[in-house]
Ligand binder design. Sequence first.
Ligand code: 5AD
Length: 349
Amino acid sequence: MKAEFIAVVNKLEEGRSLDKKEYRLLIESACDETFDFIREKAIKVRGKIYGRGVYIRGLIEISNICKNNCLYCGIRKDNGLCQRYRLSDEEILLCCKEGYDLGFRTFVLQGGEDPFFTDDRLCGIIGQIKSRFSNCAVTLSLGERSTESYERLFKAGADRYLLRHETADKSHYERLHPSDMSFENRIKCLYELKSIGYQVGCGFMVGSPYQNSDTLAADLKFIETFEPDMCGIGPFIPHRDTPFGEMPAGSVFLTCYLLSIIRLIKPNILLPATTALSTLDKNGREKGILSGANVVMPNLSPESVRGKYELYNGKAHSGAESAQLVKELCRSMEKIGHSVLTERGDIKK
Ligand code: 5AD
């Protein structure tokens, strides 16, 4: 290992901050040896704060109807081959009930930007979840909405919001999204969510088309300065019915390497081992946890719609990806020396 690399890692450990050039050096140095070096430090800082516990979140995919046309995404508006669905209030509450009985204390309502889910409707759903399961956290992952909407949903009881920034480089953002979406608005939404009081998650895909070490360095710098409570990263996986259908998938290795770096930037961050990671590698979840992740998000959506929320081809939704198999998940975490925690799992400050 080069002395320069070690010096930069030490600087990150001590000050939790690097300039973009230094982040680029870390990214460009990725190999087995540097990964082991960084990973060990990442696991150590995580251990001091969270021990060996892994938080679980029940993911409920409430709608795959979306008004946007993100070039990478399988549920983009123009994908006429996607079978659309949305869940009713009753179905969503049933998922929560089932999840609650399985031990979940966080429900993540995720969906495309579906105009059917108005503020009134969502406030009603959130209110019901919070009154029936008052010791649970509600996380929303419903894309870009107005300030007023974010405020109303927060007042209704939502605790957290996930909105991946997708890339912190404006020109890269514009190559991944159609011209009616804006980088500025994406970032504005994130800052707004934070100032309203949500615990906020950002994130990006690893290996998205046109990504390079510069754009990745910008992502890391963004995470450092924005200080999210959560950060979702997973490999890009092409979906055949999108403009990026022929693009190569991202790397499991680089995803894990970046998980370790993000843990070092923000030791107390909540970092999921994502479904995309498990989709590309049957041991992806374990690898993610062993790289510094401390959250997993099994799927609580009704069996009948699960295959339809296909952001990318082959999306895993059975086995330990399915919330019904919490026991299997516990076993797999125990095998690698970790234990599943059934508590809300807020960020430790
Ligand atoms: N591969 C991997 N991740 C994807 N997402 C969307 N499409 C893909 C894909 N093809 C991610 C985006 C989005 C999140 C819900 O899923 O980052 O924010």
